[in-house]
Design a protein around this ligand. Structure first.
Ligand code: M6R
Length: 611
């Protein structure tokens, strides 16, 4: 939520800030702004709307002169998206500007205290409190660094802050707590950003800031201080993502590009982890004794990552013959969870920054559980706080609706299940070796599904003009239907629900009427006949059924339903890996036909760093 950039160096800052914000826009896109320090004063330009509006307003940044500045792209929390609530926020003196990602939880109390001291506020944001607090302390002590430490000592909540002060025209101040922030070391200057995608055009030499740290950036270098304000050195990371990976590369949307990238992404996530027919997880530090000693497994995540966990529950319970509990991170953290020593908590997150997931991780860790995370963004907070990390190696995912991250998370979780099953002695040789062969075949099978995108574009017409679409399925098909339904609703704004087929008759079937589109998932062979019975039930109520099944069941399914999408046959545990691809494309083409803003759906942001 919200993207921050900062630059100090030899070049004009504004165009660099706008370019960085363009790459961070997926984090929030209801308003944007920049502040540049030049000629001893701060100039601010900000506006409601997309980044293009800011770029137009500033003539591509040419209107603001100076080689130091900060920028922000916003996902509104406090106060509607308008010009005034957009960041940066200025102190009353106009000499301090602040950009912020996160939420200052005690802002109202602080605001009232400042108002008693005569401060007035222009915006409804929590962030403006930070700007005015800095002003207040700075006026009192005359030392900006001291004012900053006083301010962060008094604010509660989550924050990544980029700050400039006209009295220090060569410096950017930065700090973070529970919100991502990283520092970039360039040839022509130094950088601050919420995410590496903003920086890879300028530098690949990165330092991740940790909670409580402070940094002062100048064009000569970056000084970092720990929580005790002692200067410190931090490990540098080299980012090897290709610049093209964060560009659309000729596709109409990032989502389509990322759907199409899945065969490659799956290959990268799996191929190096399979050697001579065996799963090799060299990045895992758990010993066989520790694996065999696992008392209980939890999978904790949000959104689509949680849906991966739902698929994982079916697969891991089969492979490990142990109970696997799948929890929504936002619920887990406040549920007084029965988790502790001997338990393994598998955290799944594309961004590695989702606040609820991070909080759940900390809760589980505090209670003594071991944490293994499956993460895409290298060096992200979740990755750094876990005992073990398995990266998904999907490359940058820009579209808000996740696609390749979902598939690669599932691929890695399946590998983990097979690896654990082997070590625990609970997975038989045939299951293991068939699954390994199946995983290696997935990229090619996905390519075949992707090649049939025209058929899916046509079938999308079945749903385009409807207000409600239902997804039904059993077992793995149910777990997959959750993701199909979320994809559809988040980008097309069509109301959609996913139901276990057997549960329909306990209430929901009353919503099926003449013409209601029902996407019936029937890929899981052991329950194919049951899936068919449920298809018949919805058809009897007038439902218009689009079925997803395997090639070997397509003929039988076609006899009953309005339309069929067939995926290649594979091992049962791998069916959702293939099945998700047509569901993603279906959502994409429906949203396209409805004229939706596919990569940046309304009210959403890619990385959810608020509660
Ligand atoms: O970065 P994370 O995987 O932790 O994000 C979790 C969810 O916010 C995310 O999966 C969300 O549901 C997707 N954007 C849906 O497409």
């Amino acid at each position: 939520m919200c993207g921050i950039v900062g630059f100090v160096g030899q070049e004009q800052a504004a165009p660099i800030l706008l370019d960085g914000l363009r790459r961070l826009e997926y984090r929030g896109y209801d308003s944007a702004g920049i502040a540049v320090c030049g000629d001893g004063a701060i100039q601010v330009s900000k506006t409601r709307g997309r980044l293009q509006a800011l770029s137009d307003l500033t003539h591509g940044g040419a209107d603001l002169t100076g080689s130091l500045g900060i920028g922000h792209t916003r996902w509104a929390t406090h106060g509607e998206p308008n010009d005034i609530n957009a960041h940066p926020h200025l102190s009353r003196s106009g000499r301090i500007a602040v950009v912020h990602n996160g939420i200052i939880e005690n802002y109202m109390e602080l605001k009232l205290q400042l108002m008693e001291k005569g401060y007035t506020f222009r915006s409804e944001t929590d962030t403006e409190v930070v700007a005015q607090l800095l002003d207040y302390y700075y006026a009192g002590c005359g030392d900006f660094f001291e004012a900053l430490t006083c301010t962060i000592n008094i604010v509660d909540g989550a924050y990544a802050l980029g700050i400039i002060c006209a009295d220090y025209p060569d410096r950017i101040f930065a700090t973070r707590k529970d919100a991502p922030l990283l520092l970039g070391y360039g040839k022509d200057g130094n950088y601050l950003a919420s995410d590496v995608t903003a920086l890879i055009r300028y530098t690949r030499d990165i330092v991740y800031m940790d909670d409580g740290e402070l940094a002062i950036l100048s064009d000569k270098g970056i000084r970092i201080y720990d929580r005790m304000l002692r200067p410190m050195d931090k490990e540098h990371h080299h980012i090897d993502w290709e610049i093209d990976a964060a560009e659309k590369g000729g596709f109409a949307h990032f989502m389509l590009k990322e759907i199409m990238e899945q065969p490659r992404a799956i290959r990268e996530a799996t191929a190096a982890r399979i050697q001579d027919g065996r799963v090799v997880l060299s990045d895992l530090t758990m010993t066989p004794e520790q694996i065999r000693g696992i008392r209980k497994l939890y999978i904790v995540a949000c959104g689509s990552s949680y849906h991966v966990g739902m698929v994982g529950k079916y697969n891991l319970e089969k492979l490990l013959r142990r109970n696997v509990e799948v929890c929504l991170a936002s619920e887990f953290r406040y549920s007084d969870p029965v988790v502790g020593e001997g338990d393994l908590v598998i955290i799944i997150s594309q961004s590695g920054e989702t606040l609820d997931t991070m909080a759940a991780l900390r809760e589980a860790k505090k209670r003594g559980a071991r944490i293994l995370s499956i993460v895409n963004v290298v060096g992200s907070s979740i990755a750094r706080e876990s005992d073990d990390v398995l990266y998904t190696w999907a490359g940058p995912e820009i579209a808000v609706a996740t696609t390749k991250a979902y598939s690669t998370q599932m691929a890695v979780l399946n590998l983990l299940g097979l690896y654990f099953g082997d070590v625990m002695g609970t997975t038989d040789y045939e299951t293991y070796s068939n699954a390994v062969k199946g995983i290696l075949a997935l990229p090619e099978q996905m390519e075949k599904i992707l090649a049939a995108h025209d058929q899916i574009r046509e079938l999308a017409q079945m749903c385009v003009d409807h207000d409600d679409v239902f997804f039904i399925g059993r077992n793995l098909d149910y777990a997959l239907s959750l993701e199909g339904s979320l994809k559809l609703k988040e980008i097309s704004y069509i109301h959609s629900e996913a139901y276990p087929s057997g549960e329909l008759k306990h209430g929901t079937i009353s919503l099926i009427e003449e013409g209601t589109p029902v996407i019936a998932l029937g890929t899981y062979a052991p329950l194919f006949d049951k899936a068919m019975s449920n298809v018949v039930e919805v058809q009897a109520r007038g439902g218009q059924v689009l079925a997803l099944t395997t090639e070997s069941h397509a003929a039988a399914m076609s006899e009953r339903v309005d339309a069929v999408i067939a995926i290649p046959d594979t091992e049962p545990m791998l069916l959702p890996q293939l099945g998700v691809v047509p569901l993603q494309m279906l959502a994409y083409y429906i949203a396209l036909a409805r004229g939706c803003d596919i990569d940046k759906p309304r009210n959403l942001a890619k990385s959810v760093t608020v509660e």
